[in-house]
Design a protein around this ligand. Structure first.
Ligand code: NAD
Length: 309
C-alpha cells in the first residue's frame, strides 16, 4: 500500500486551515488551493496563532517548506495521494469541486470530503473513479481534536476506505467508521438534537444562551469528555447500571422533557442499549468506572479553572 505523503487541501477556511496545520504537524507535504486568494492571510495568521499549541501537543515544529500555495485546482491536486475537500456545505458546490478534483488528481488518490452531513453517495455522483471517494468529517479545531468520522458512499471501495483509515490513524486521529451513511452522520446528529432543543428553550424564554451553555459545561459536558451519554447513564443506574436507569427514567420518555419525538422504548431497543453499555464498560464494575469518572472530573475541574473564560 502506497504511503500517503503528498496531500492537497481544497478550500482553506476554518476547517481546511485546521487540516493544513494537522498535516504539516505530521510532516506531510501539503499543496493548498482556495478560490478566494485573500484566504491566504487567514492561513498565515493561523500558522502564527497555533504555533505554541502545536508544539505543545506534537512536540515538534511545523516545517513551512512543506507548504505550497497553488494558483489553480488542477495544479493543486495533480501529484496528490490524498485530497481533502473543504468548500462550503452546499451539495451543488461540493459536487462540482469533487468532480473537478477527480478529473485532475492521480487515478488512485483518495478524495475525502470534510462535509458535516451530506450523503457520500450523492457527493460521489460525477466523480471519476468514485470508489476512492469518502467522507472524512473532522471537528474544529482540527489540529487538536482527534475525532474523524469516515463514511463510505454506495460506490466507495473497501480498499480505499481502509487505506484512509490507516492514514488518519497515522496522524493521531480517532477514526470512527460509519458503514451505513445517514444525514448528519453521528456526532452532528447528537449536537443538532441539543442545538434544536436549546433553540426551543430560548425561543420560549426559559433561559439565556449562557444558562444553556452553563447547563452543559458545568455538568454533563464535563462527563462527556470521558464517557458518552450511554456509559454515563449506565452509571446513573447505581449497582444495576443501565437496567435500573431504564426502569427509573424510561417513563420520562413519555413526559414533555423535549420537543424531539423519541422512539418507543421496546424490549429490543432496551436490550440494544443494555448490551451496548455492557460492552463499553469492558467488564469493569460500576464502582471501578465511577472512580475513573470521578478522578477524571477532579482533574478536569482544575483544568477548567485554568482556562476560565
Ligand atoms: N466549521 C466547522 O466547525 C466544521 C466542522 C466540521 C466540518 N465542517 C465542514 O467543512 C467544510 C468547510 O467548512 P468551513 O467551516 O471551513 O467553511 P468556510 O466558509 O470557513 O471555508 C470554506 C472555504 O472554501 C472556499 N471555497 C468556496 N468555493 C470554493 C471552490 N469552488 N474552490 C476552492 N475553494 C472554495 C472559500 O473561499 C472558503 O475559504 C464544510 O463542508 C463544513 O460542513 C465544518
Amino acid at each position: 500500500m502506497k504511503k500517503i505523503k503528498n496531500i492537497s487541501v481544497i478550500g482553506t477556511g476554518v476547517i481546511g486551515t485546521g487540516w493544513i496545520l494537522r498535516f504539516l504537524a505530521h510532516n506531510k507535504k501539503v499543496v493548498v488551493f482556495d478560490k478566494n486568494k485573500n484566504q491566504i492571510n487567514y492561513l498565515k495568521k493561523e500558522i502564527i496563532r497555533t504555533k505554541s499549541s502545536i508544539e505543545k501537543l506534537y512536540k515538534r515544529k511545523i516545517n513551512l517548506q512543506n507548504l505550497q500555495i497553488a494558483n489553480t485546482l488542477d495544479e493543486a491536486v495533480k501529484y496528490s495521494d490524498l485530497i481533502q475537500e473543504n468548500v462550503p456545505e452546499r451539495l451543488q458546490i461540493k459536487k462540482t469541486v469533487i468532480k473537478n478534483i477527480s478529473k485532475f488528481a492521480p487515478k488512485n488518490s483518495i478524495i475525502a470530503s470534510s462535509s458535516s452531513g451530506l450523503l457520500p453517495s450523492k457527493l460521489q455522483l460525477g466523480c471519476i473513479n468514485p470508489q476512492r471517494f469518502i467522507i472524512a468529517h473532522p471537528f474544529n479545531p482540527v489540529y487538536i481534536l482527534p475525532l474523524v468520522e469516515i463514511v463510505n458512499g454506495e460506490k466507495t471501495s473497501k480498499t480505499f476506505l481502509s487505506r484512509a483509515k490507516v492514514f488518519y490513524k497515522s496522524i493521531n486521529m480517532k477514526t470512527l467508521l460509519i458503514n451505513k451513511e445517514l444525514p448528519g452522520f453521528l456526532s452532528d446528529r447528537l449536537q443538532e438534537a441539543l442545538w434544536r432543543e436549546g433553540l426551543h428553550i430560548i425561543k420560549d424564554g426559559y433561559a439565556t444562551t449562557k444558562d444553556l451553555d452553563d447547563a452543559i459545561t458545568y455538568g454533563p459536558g464535563m462527563r462527556w469528555a470521558i464517557m458518552g451519554t450511554f456509559l454515563t447513564f449506565h452509571l446513573a443506574g447505581g449497582d444495576s447500571g443501565m437496567k435500573h436507569m431504564l426502569e427509573q427514567f424510561g417513563p420520562a420518555l413519555k413526559l414533555p422533557w423535549t420537543k424531539l419525538k423519541s422512539p418507543k422504548l421496546d424490549f429490543k431497543l432496551k436490550q440494544k442499549i443494555i448490551n451496548g453499555t455492557s460492552l463499553q464498560s469492558k467488564n469493569l464494575s460500576i464502582n471501578k468506572l465511577s472512580n475513573i469518572r470521578d478522578n477524571f472530573l477532579i482533574d478536569l475541574i482544575e483544568l477548567k479553572k485554568k482556562y476560565k473564560l
